[in-house]
Design a protein around this ligand. Sequence first.
Ligand SMILES: [Mg+2]
Length: 172
Amino acid sequence: MKQFLRKFYPSLYVDEISEIPLDLLRKKGIQGLIIDLDNTIAPWDQPTVTQSAEKWLKQAKNDGFKIFLVSNSTTSRVNYFMESLGIPGISMAQKPRRGSFRKALETMDLNYNQVTVIGDQIFTDVLGGNRLNLHTILVNPINRKEFFFTRLVRLAEKFVMKRFLQWFNKTE
Ligand SMILES: [Mg+2]
């Protein structure tokens, strides 16, 4: 059971993307950021990136990180963000399937140990990244006004995270 749950555990857990320490990632040898769109950098129902996320993305770009959006959202929505941010990406990514993550690695021309996956959902972002043994970072979702199904998933995530934090606190 423990081994099974580990697939759902992120390498790092922060409140929001702007709290991710870029210098720490660099020290770990990470050069590429695979980033989820909805509720990670933008509210899922709005066409704008949050101010703090935008600032952080700019900093990451300036620091020389390669950035790639991997989103399960629609092509029109993802294209809009790709254009406005000047960041490449993949829409309808079917996370947690591995294909889109592999494609992102290939496009960024980086190895498995050189990227981190950043997202707000355990069962898509964290699980997808972990299935390829990538470094993963979980953030709290930007807004909670969501579809019923997503709310159900959140409940399951809470269950997993409670156990993760118990395990994390024990091993720290
Ligand atoms: Mg998301």
